[in-house]
Design a binder for this molecule. Structure first.
Ligand SMILES: NC(=O)C1=CN([C@@H]2O[C@H](COP(=O)(O)OP(=O)(O)OC[C@H]3O[C@@H](n4cnc5c(N)ncnc54)[C@H](OP(=O)(O)O)[C@@H]3O)[C@@H](O)[C@H]2O)[C@@H](O)CC1
Ligand SMILES: [K+]
Length: 508
């Protein structure tokens, strides 16, 4: 669990911070970055004798690699540096680092050497960092392919080469790191899409800079500190009326399970009463697993709650559309998911009503639903998930959760968050319905939208992570298994509101 929130900057923000501090920074930032990388490498090489291999590229990322190499050589460790570029074309700082390396007696090889008999103690990728501008091909692609095939730990400096630091897209081919040492601040591309698969464990080295002090961040990592102030231990003198009424609307024929899953999640997150409105006339009158749920016909349920979550298994027929229209005209706080989003994407009139709605609302699309809402392809959504989430939040003037690896929370004012809990066990049917129910249940209890969305998304992933520790998944993890884990985690959080975690600045 992360209990401190880190600011996250796209490349443009990192550049702004660098330019502000570079002229006066002593020691220079590259010296700090190279030393910090060396410190981390030492940790990874405990009990691993033998030389380390550092592959240096044509820019300042390569410069970090030269500084790192120098530190190891001065410490008496054997280092092999591969560098295929013209040193005279290195940028100023990297050229200084190259010269310091060769002045200290270091050499470079223009091609990757064969591994020594006992293998490399560590393979370091200092080819490209935040300056990657186009897909990698030719010699560097061959290098990355060879490096990825080597056994043992693999460390990337700043960003795995080939990974777009802004979007998490692989441009051509990307280094598959087991560890990434990143500088100044986290970057969005490390935390979403293909970023987590390529970064491995991420270690942040701030280089003694206060990024948020230099440039107030728009984006933050979701952590418990963001929302714990809104979750309180229960007083003794309480009753169900203190914890709100959540309404789930959905469950067309063949899809009742989706609405029930959402209802169960709303109960387990603490809603006082949960009503499930089903469209299917022949749907169950009672949920045998969770008989606490009050099941009724969808059109009768809408009036019951202060928070309405509409969409799970809703379908897209005229009855579904009419229910959505009624929900949009209600004064309840709304969660829109699944077919509610598909209806908005296909009916401009409903979309207009959603845009004009004044009461708080959150949309929780997966990439396919987001694509329908914006009238573009799923690939275009995934090409820049942050940009897509922010565009949706602006368009609908509401909070948006763009689900997927590294779910983004976007606000209409351009602020955003990214969540790091969760695991691939969640790539299964019904997980989105559970999130919808969690949000409905938290909003019914009176949490404001910022707190409810951050808490719901974080809790959703943390519950799946708890199941993983019990050997449940990732393969075969079921959405119905999540609500009980949600209850366990939430009660732990409330009992211990400030669990120990990494150090670092608190979110303001
Ligand atoms: N600035 C600072 O103060 C600090 C920076 N730091 C470090 O610097 C890194 C950023 O350095 P950077 O800006 O030099 O970019 P970097 O990632 O080395 O790549 C640029 C080079 O790659 C080339 N190139 C790009 N794409 C390519 C491709 N597909 N295939 C082939 N070539 C390609 C590009 O060539 P060009 O596009 O100009 O032709 C250029 O030569 C940052 O991640 C951190 O590690 C730290 O020391 C802290 C202080
Ligand atoms: K790199």
């Amino acid at each position: 669990m992360h209990n401190c929130c880190q600011p996250i900057y796209p490349v443009a923000g990192i550049r702004t911070i660098e330019h502000a501090v570079m002229p006066t920074a002593q020691p220079p930032l590259m010296e700090r970055a190279g030393r910090a990388s060396a410190e981390e490498a030492v940790r990874l090489m405990i009990d691993r004798p033998g030389p380390l291999l550092i592959a240096c590229g044509p820019g300042n990322n390569g410069g970090d690699g030269f500084v790192m190499a120098r530190h190891f050589m001065q410490a008496g460790r054997e280092v092999v540096v591969a560098f295929a570029s013209n040193p005279d074309q290195l940028p100023v700082d990297a050229h200084k680092a190259y010269t310091a390396w060769t002045d200290a007696g270091g050499q470079t090889l223009s091609d990757l050497p064969a591994p020594p008999p006992g293998g490399w103690a560590l393979v370091v990728d200092a080819l490209f960092g935040i300056g990657l501008r186009r897909p990698i091909e030719g010699r560097y692609a061959d290098w990355i392919r060879s490096l990825n095939a080597l056994p043992g730990p693999r460390m990337s400096i700043d960003v795995p080469s080939g990974l777009c630091a802004d979007t998490g897209r692989v441009l051509g081919i990307a280094f598959e790191a087991t560890h990434t040492v990143t500088f100044i601040a986290l970057k969005p591309g490390q935390l979403t899409l293909d970023g987590p698969d390529h970064c491995g464990e991420i270690v942040l080295k701030r280089l003694d800079l206060d990024a948020n002090g230099q440039l107030p961040a728009q984006g933050w990592e979701v952590c418990t500190k963001l929302f714990m102030h809104a979750l309180h231990p229960r007083k003794l003198n309480t009753h169900k009326g203190n914890f709100g009424d959540a309404v789930i609307v959905g469950g067309a024929p063949g899809m009742c399970g989706a609405a029930l899953l959402a209802g169960r999640a709303a109960l387990r997150v603490g809603a006082g009463r949960v009503f499930v409105g089903l469209l299917d006339d022949r749907g169950p009158a009672v949920d045998q697993v969770q008989p606490e749920l009050m099941i009724r016909r969808a059109e009768h349920a809408l009036a019951d709650g202060n928070a309405i979550a509409i969409g799970p298994g809703l379908g897209r027929d005229a009855a579904a559309s009419a229910l959505l229209e009624r929900a949009l005209h209600s004064s309840a706080t709304l969660v829109l998911d699944a077919d509610a989003l598909n209806l908005l994407g296909s009916d401009p009139r409903l979309a207009q009503q959603a845009r004009e709605r004044e009461a708080p609302m959150v949309l929780t699309p997966h990439p396919g639903e987001a694509a329908r809402l914006l009238g573009i392809s799923t690939d275009e959504i995934q090409a820049d998930r942050l940009k897509s989430a922010l565009a949706l939040a602006r368009h609908f003037d509401s909070h948006v959760v763009l689900k997927g690896c590294g779910s983004f929370i976007a606000r209409p004012d351009g602020q955003w968050r990214i969540n790091r809990t969760g695991n691939p066990g969640m790539a299964s049917a019904g997980m989105g319905d559970v999130l919808t129910g969690l949000l409905g249940g938290l909003l019914a209890q009176g949490l404001n939208m910022d707190d409810a969305v951050a808490a719901g998304v974080h809790l959703h992933g943390a519950a799946a992570d708890l199941l993983l520790t019990r050997g449940i998944g990732p393969i075969g993890m079921g959405a119905a298994e999540l609500p009980d884990a949600v209850r366990q985690i939430l009660n732990q959080w409330v009992a211990t509101p400030h669990p120990p975690g990494r150090g670092g600045p608190a979110h303001p």
